[in-house]
Design a binder for this molecule. Structure first.
Ligand SMILES: O=C(O)CCC(=O)C(=O)O
Length: 318
């Protein structure tokens, strides 16, 4: 049984030091209300298509990837186009308006959805402890009601209802529907196969984390976010989300998520390695990337260059 009192307050607020850029004030207000905002244009569709061809070609070579497993986490360290993508000026503008001036990028993830594969199950995540029982993020700011982690999910191919676009439960970040710290029999430790996860959540059964096993989202609050290549949606993973199945015969939907935290958050607190999706991740060479402002806390190891010696970009705080 989940003790709701023991959970941190559900997330609803922008960081106290966040100042919304004037031209996106309405978008930020919609984000605060709904828990997500999009689509946001980052690249022209042609540009995005040629970028993803290059990214996928470079993905064939894992020799310089940070981790020796087949879960594509943190490829911004070895795929040059992702080095620049993670600090795209438009992304940073939204993050500064939500998380405040000082922002770390802590993880990138590939999300291919192949023809004929299932939709991603509904889920709700705050500190990513669903993966192995240990929080992967630990906020140190006492304002526990502010967003501590924001995902920017960029579509590189059309994300439609048919290919498996994302879907969200509008406003659900204000209540807990899932308890990712719950002990489950089948929720953790499965052997994850990127082409055939065996469950609708990348090797996990997220329904096992439901606080009320009978809960289903009200259909009137479900928003399906169709996107063109080069568009992004920005969301808090505390907003219940998932995706449609890919019902096409030959169109892979390909997205890459970047996950960002304010600098007061400890990333992988006291961990030298972690397990997720059936794989092990050695954190020896890992570091977060400062994409905006300054790191006044010094809680985290920061990496300033990728594995090719190319610097990451830190945008000035506004
Ligand atoms: O791409 C998907 O189907 C799911 C993505 C997701 O759950 C996430 O980025 O947190």
């Amino acid at each position: 049984m989940t003790d709701l009192q023991a959970l941190p307050k559900p997330t609803a607020n922008l960081a106290a030091n966040a100042v919304a850029h004037e031209d996106i004030k309405d978008d930020v207000a919609a984000f605060q209300r709904d828990g997500f905002f999009g689509p946001i244009k980052l690249y022209e569709p042609d540009e995005a298509s040629s970028m993803i061809r290059e990214i996928r070609a470079q993905n064939q070579d894992h020799s310089k990837a940070l981790y020796h497993n087949n879960v594509n986490y943190d490829r911004h360290f070895d795929i040059p186009l992702l080095n620049s993508h993670i600090s795209h000026p438009t992304i940073i503008k939204y993050l500064q308006s939500i998380l405040g001036p000082d922002v770390l990028m802590w993880r990138t993830e590939f999300f291919p959805k192949f023809p004929g594969t299932e939709g991603t199950e509904w889920h709700q995540v705050r500190d990513y402890s669903y993966a192995n029982g240990n929080p992967q993020l630990l906020p140190t700011d006492p304002d526990w009601n502010a967003f501590i982690d924001i995902t920017v999910w960029t579509a590189w191919t059309p994300a439609t209802v048919e290919t498996g676009c994302l879907r969200f439960v509008r406003g659900s970040q204000r209540n807990w529907y899932y308890d990712e710290r719950k002990t489950t029999d089948s929720g953790r430790g499965q052997n994850f196969d990127v082409n055939n996860s065996g469950t609708a959540f990348f090797g996990y059964k997220f329904a096992d984390f439901l606080i009320d096993p009978a809960w289903t989202p009200p259909e009137e609050d479900v928003v399906r976010m169709e996107m063109q290549p080069g568009e992004a949606v920005i969301f808090s993973a505390t907003c219940v989300h998932g995706s449609e199945p890919n019902v096409t015969e030959r169109e892979t939907r390909f997205a890459i998520a970047g996950r960002y935290v304010p600098t007061h958050v400890r990333v992988y607190p006291n961990q030298k390695q972690f397990t997720a999706h059936g794989a092990s991740f050695d954190l020896s060479d890992y570091g977060s990337v400062l994409v905006s402002g300054e790191d006044k806390f010094g809680h985290n190891k920061i990496r300033t260059q990728d594995v090719h010696g190319q610097p990451f970009t830190t945008r000035p705080a506004r």
